[in-house]
Design a protein around this ligand. Structure first.
Ligand code: ZN
Ligand code: ZN
Length: 419
């Protein structure tokens, strides 16, 4: 590692605690990872720096749940088929206890994107479905911003090798850390100040989109001719949110997106993915999705189409959309010129949409609605929320006004308006 590595890790951890979580003195903090049901061991150095930064910020108690993905892989391979729905809930209950107390939640990705490669899709999806079902209460609380929460990443050997297969393991990991530190502004002299400026700039974009009140967006690009509806009361969000526990926080680091919810009832046409989708340990490549009346009626993929189809078949909400996000093609993440095989990074390289659950906070008053009311208002409900990338330097996006007239929102992948 770079001689400076420890110092960069310290600055990164400080930005996570001060900007990402905005941890308040006296709060407790729990660190975990939803996908692997705990932080993989490769995240250890970052967990330790975050813990130090949290106590420096006045945390009362910091806890981590560790997760070992290899245990899940072994289980899918060797456990009895009828047992794959088994789900001891102790870690879920631990996290729910922190939610009830108004504590903070940090998720650290330090995973192996290919951990489930080659496994039987039926057995894998049985295990994943039971996990998503048992995790649903937490997903719901996160999706309504019940507490201040944040998702960040740590390099891991397997992840680095996936992104940089031609480098030796040490170089690959060093290069991944460099990418993480640069895209999260840890390399800036004052990362916290740099983040505050970035947050202000994103807010100007979301404020503009909000002031327009479009009723839909139309996308045109190679393999894409697609229209989605925006429900009345949709809220364009960027970087910062206010949690129900009163804390203003930044849920993702990095973040380059301006996003809201689409109307689950209105989506028409075909949209092509512009990046592969790393989903549940598999890579879905060269795919497109076709919609009618808001529903996915057809998926096509050159690789792993059956996994994409399984995702869509999970539940009714997985046939519909829950997020629409705008990211210029010139985003610093896109400029790195490689895929990260991880949504936290890849979604910030490109305009994207998400199959599945909508975030309650993207609809005015959405947190207070019953599930039925939320759905009636256009919000989507699902155990999934899976982003996939659709933007490119060839993409044009129009905003559609209530009267049907159109205005440019993006041209050739870039913002088409000044703020
Ligand atoms: Zn997004
Ligand atoms: Zn998303």
């Amino acid at each position: 590692m770079d001689a400076n590595h420890q110092e960069l890790l310290r600055k990164y951890a400080e930005a996570i605690v001060k900007v990402g979580l905005n941890l308040r003195a006296g709060q407790r903090l729990i660190i975990t990872n939803a996908t692997s049901r705990g932080v993989p061991p490769a995240g250890r150095a970052l967990v330790h720096e975050v813990t130090k930064a949290a106590y420096a910020a006045g945390a009362r108690y910091v806890e981590v749940i560790w997760g070992d993905e290899e245990m899940n892989r072994i289980r899918v391979q060797h456990a009895p088929a009828e047992s794959l729905g088994e789900y001891p809930k102790f870690h879920v209950n631990a996290i729910l206890d922190m939610f009830k107390n108004g504590d903070a939640l940090l998720s650290i990705y330090a995973n192996n994107p290919d951990v489930y490669a080659g496994l039987d899709p039926e057995r894998l999806s049985a295990m994943q479905k039971s996990h998503l079902q048992n995790y649903q209460e937490i997903s719901m609380l996160v999706s309504r911003n019940a507490i201040n929460w944040c998702v960040v990443a740590s390099a891991s050997p397997a992840w680095a090798a996936k992104i940089f297969p031609d480098l030796n393991p040490e170089e690959a990991e060093e290069k991944l850390w460099k990418a993480i530190f640069e895209s999260t502004r840890a390399v800036q002299p004052d990362p916290v100040a740099a983040w505050q400026e970035h947050i202000r700039n994103l807010k100007k974009r979301s404020d503009y989109m909000q002031s327009k009140g479009y009723s839909g967006l139309h996308y045109k690009g190679p393999g894409t001719d697609f229209t989605l509806g925006l429900p009345r009361g949709h809220k364009w969000i960027s970087a910062q949110s206010l949690a129900e526990n009163g804390v203003v926080f930044t849920a993702n680091m990095p973040t380059e997106e301006v996003f809201t919810l689409p109307d689950r009832h209105r989506a028409e046409g075909t949209v092509s993915a512009t990046f592969p989708l790393s989903y549940g340990g598999s890579l879905i490549e060269d795919f497109s999705v076709t919609f009618e009346n808001g529903r996915i009626v057809k998926v096509h993929a050159k690789k792993n189409e059956s996994i994409l189809q399984k995702l869509v078949d999970t539940d009714e909400g997985s046939t519909r959309l829950g997020e629409v996000a705008l990211v210029p093609a010139s985003s610093p993440i896109a400029q790195r010129g490689h895929l990260f095989y991880n949504t936290l990074f890849d979604e910030n390289a490109s305009c994207h949409i998400a199959i599945g659950r909508a975030y309650r906070f993207t609809l005015t008053g959405g947190e207070e609605l019953t599930e039925q009311e939320f759905v009636a208002a256009g919000g989507n409900v699902s155990i999934n929320h899976v982003d996939f990338m659709i933007g490119s330097p060839q993409m044009d996006i129009d905003g559609i006004k209530e009267d049907g007239t159109r205005e440019p929102v993006m041209r050739a992948g870039e913002w088409a308006f000044d703020v």
